[in-house]
Design a protein around this ligand. Sequence first.
Ligand code: HEC
Length: 134
Amino acid sequence: MKPSTTLPLYRNLRMTALLFALTVAVSSCYYDKEEELYPQIPGSECDTTNVSYAQFVAPLMASNCNGCHSEAAPSGNVVTSTYAGLKASVNSGQLRKAINHESGASAMPKGGNKLPACELLKIDAWIASGAPQH
Ligand code: HEC
């Protein structure tokens, strides 16, 4: 057997083996990060079904709004501490505009950060369902 004919074949095998090893090495290092494959879509984990006035809206108003919109001292004549007061702002459309910082209303909460996206979506759903008092 002449070395000159066996050597290229041997080299070829060695190269194939090397490539195979590299492929295995590289693919075994590959992994998916869930948060990179599926970036969080704002609101995608937000449950907007059956939003309750008593369970959700009233407590939200109490912690973010009633300090300036109580019956006793209603800034801008807006009351958020009672259902009737809040419903009036729902009906005029000013509540939605104010908390979503849309034009045509003062941005609320005044001087504070916009409410979190999920809370805004829940308020939207509550308004869309007729702003019921349950
Ligand atoms: C620091 C006090 C303060 C806080 C907190 C606050 N507001 Fe107001 N709000 C005001 C004042 C003052 C006005 C009158 C308009 C103005 O001066 O901008 C007003 C006006 C409004 C209006 C009428 C807006 C318009 O232009 O017609 C709505 C609706 C409203 N607020 C809702 C809310 C809601 C809902 C929250 C809680 C998410 C809230 N506010 C938090 C002070 C506040």
